[in-house]
Design a protein around this ligand. Structure first.
Ligand SMILES: Cc1cc2nc3c(=O)[nH]c(=O)nc-3n(C[C@H](O)[C@H](O)[C@H](O)COP(=O)(O)OP(=O)(O)OC[C@H]3O[C@@H](n4cnc5c(N)ncnc54)[C@H](O)[C@@H]3O)c2cc1C
Length: 406
């Protein structure tokens, strides 16, 4: 039997929250840059050259000055201690107004919350203010060749030498490393301990001698991520976050925040709305594609799943408001929204037929010319931040209670 809907459930926003939304909308309409493409690196943080990077930093600074950056952070660290509802409203309006993404999002959504929870007072004082203002941009040094899903097998080593660590090894797929100022990085500090117990979490200044960054070209043709090589790189011991050899717990704090960052149900709703608009306008073989029964079924099926993720995000919101443990909601969101985004883009390419693969050059105004790029990028997001198979393993163990996989 289905559980009864509890009495008194109210999904409406309070008057104060609606006031917050109105003033945010007014602010966005007034301050949104005229040419987004001059600022926005897109979801893959693919900024083209110093001018675009400088413009993107200025946009984050403008948002910060107005009080719209890291509103979830505690007040003593420069945030607003905003409720989960306000955070949702902010995310909704950012997507609805198609505001440029923030260049410093790895610092804002991954390292910042990690330092607030696991860092020292000195580390918080040194690093948090410049994360907020985009004066310092961060990258994430987790993955290595052969250590992606099995992250704990990583081999980049850091040996103690006086007041420093000396780092040698290689990271890969490091988004923004080509212009980042700092990296939060996992290193092996104890070679003989069980693999999860010999890892430490350190902060590396990307200007330190011995670091070489080599850009990788993605299938979109752009270079958003890199290989990073370390040769005798000296890192002060004061840049250790958490316990020596205790970096796995710190790494997981960051990963939980990363999953939430990548699973943005508002972005999925926006993509779906664009797809429906495309289907409504597009003609094929002398008629509207939206009259085709198979197209209609496919769109309806997608819309149902988009709505399910919206309600799932509300459930997570409600858990947060009522202080219920987070469980595996983040893994479910990451899995379903990233796969859904890719399927929405694949459907758009099918509707566009022969014109589908023409990146940015399609003669059809309605297709935005971005679908092929979005299709390629959304495939990357199914992999980045933990692949779908890994999320399914988590759900199998923690929701279904199945034994650990081999
Ligand atoms: C766009 C993008 C940006 C990224 N940015 C960063 C970044 O900034 N910093 C960073 O550190 N990393 C980054 N990554 C790397 C990302 O975290 C890894 O690609 C991801 O964790 C998968 O690791 P892998 O590529 O080594 O694949 P592998 O782990 O080798 O996996 C290969 C295949 O095997 C499957 N598989 C592996 N283990 C299991 C298992 N136990 N059960 C079932 N199936 C399994 C996987 O699902 C996958 O299909 C990025 C990746 C992408 C695509």
């Amino acid at each position: 039997m289905l559980p009864a809907i509890p009495a008194g459930v109210d999904l409406a926003f309070s008057k104060e929250d609606e006031k917050f939304r109105r003033s945010l909308r007014t602010w966005l309409r007034k301050h949104l840059p005229k040419r987004h493409d001059e600022i926005d690196g897109g979801e893959d943080l693919n900024f083209e050259g110093p001018a675009q990077i400088a413009a993107a930093k200025k946009w984050q600074r403008t948002m910060h000055d107005a009080g719209y950056v890291a509103i979830d952070w505690p007040k003593e660290h420069g945030g607003k201690a905003a409720s989960a509802v306000r955070q949702t409203i902010l995310a909704e309006e950012i997507v609805t107004h198609r505001a440029p993404g923030l260049i410093g999002q790895l610092g804002l959504h991954m390292l910042g919350p990690t330092l607030i929870r696991c860092g020292t007072a000195a580390q918080r004082k040194r690093f948090l203010p410049k994360i907020l203002t985009a004066e310092e941009i961060w990258c994430q040094g987790y993955s290595e060749p052969g250590s992606g899903s099995d992250l704990a097998s990583l081999r980049t080593k850091a040996e103690s030498d006086g007041d420093d660590f000396v780092v040698n090894g290689q990271k890969i797929w490091t988004t923004t490393a080509h212009f980042a100022d700092w990296m939060f990085c996992l290193v092996r500090t104890h070679a003989d301990a069980p693999k999860h117990k010999g890892i430490s979490y350190i902060l590396i200044d990307m200007k330190t001698p011995g670091i070489e960054v080599r850009p990788l070209v993605q299938m979109t043709g752009q270079s958003g991520f890199n290989e990073v090589f370390f040769t005798d790189v000296r890192v002060p011991r004061s840049n250790l976050v958490g316990e020596l050899h205790g970096g796995w717990a710190v790494a997981n704090t960051t990963l939980a925040h990363e999953r939430n960052m990548l699973a943005n149900p508002m972005r999925t709703q926006q993509l779906m709305a664009d797809l429906v608009r495309l289907a409504a306008r597009r003609n094929d073989n002398g008629g509207k594609v939206s009259r085709d029964a198979l197209v209609r079924q496919r769109l309806a099926d997608l819309q149902i799943r988009v709505d399910m993720m919206k309600y799932h995000s509300w459930k997570q919101l409600s858990d947060e408001i009522h202080g219920r443990p987070a469980s595996v909601g983040g893994a479910i969101s990451k899995l379903v929204t990233t796969e859904l985004n890719h399927e929405i883009c694949a459907t758009a390419l099918d509707l566009l037929g022969d014109y589908g693969p023409l990146v940015g050059r399609s003669p059809h105004a309605e297709d935005r010319g971005l679908w092929p790029r979005d299709w390629m990028f959304t495939l990357g997001m199914v992999i980045g931040g933990g692949t779908s198979q890994i999320q399914k393993n988590i759900i199998a163990e923690r929701v279904l209670g199945l034994p650990r996989g081999a």
